[in-house]
Design a protein. Structure first.
Length: 205
């Protein structure tokens, strides 16, 4: 099977990468240039700016594109495409789900490399539907957790209010003398409230 190299600057093509008529080079930014364009870009300089992405390309970093290099670039491009298509990753996958996800991603990579576009697009669509379902499920769990914390905080506020009222009654009844029990209960309530508050903030953050 013939392998095609295409210059990213002039669209010059070479169906036989090892043919004697043209040379092609691969830059670190993964763009490919024919020998004529490299010669024009370099001239008397040691580097040039990639016309595609603007990154600096040094002459010594250019890799002559053989069939092996072409296949390596093909795999890298396929990985970029698969990773881009599967960018909706649910952050709290379990360990088992994470392993399944990685296996699925490698399967998609094989589909792209082998040119099975229809199968790849079908599987990506299924994966994105699953991601949306899992994200909705996780969002519901998070909302339930936050609502539970808010209820606990509200209960603690009411408890604090009752404690304050009892404290005021006892303080006035004993002419300003605070009992040890009231002070201890008040401190414990305060620390519990602070802990709940920061737990909720940390979870939302």
């Amino acid at each position: 099977m013939e392998v095609e190299a295409i210059c990213d600057n002039c669209s010059n093509k070479n169906l036989q990468l090892l043919g004697a008529n043209k040379e092609f080079f691969l830059a670190k930014c993964d763009h490919v240039f024919c020998g004529e364009c490299v010669k024009k870009f370099i001239e008397n300089n040691t580097h040039f700016l990639c016309p595609k992405c603007g990154k600096a390309v040094r002459q010594q970093d250019l890799l002559k594109e053989t069939k092996e290099v072409h296949e390596m670039k093909k795999i890298k491009d396929a990985r970029k495409e698969v990773f881009s298509a599967l960018n909706a990753i649910v952050p709290d996958y379990s360990s088992k789900e994470a392993k399944q996800y990685n296996l699925m991603r490698e399967d998609y990579l094989i589909q792209v490399i082998n040119g099975n576009r229809e199968e790849f697009n079908r599987k990506v669509s299924q994966s994105q539907d699953m991601d949306r379902w899992l994200m909705g499920k996780n969002a519901a769990k998070q909302n339930d957790y936050v609502n539970k914390l808010m209820r606990l905080i509200d209960e603690e506020k009411k408890k604090k209010k009752r404690m304050n009222e009892e404290y005021e009654k006892k303080r006035h009844g004993k002419k300003g003398v605070l009992t040890e029990t009231v002070v201890k209960d008040y401190k414990n309530l305060f620390y519990d409230y602070i802990l709940l508050h920061y737990t909720c903030c940390f979870h939302n953050g």
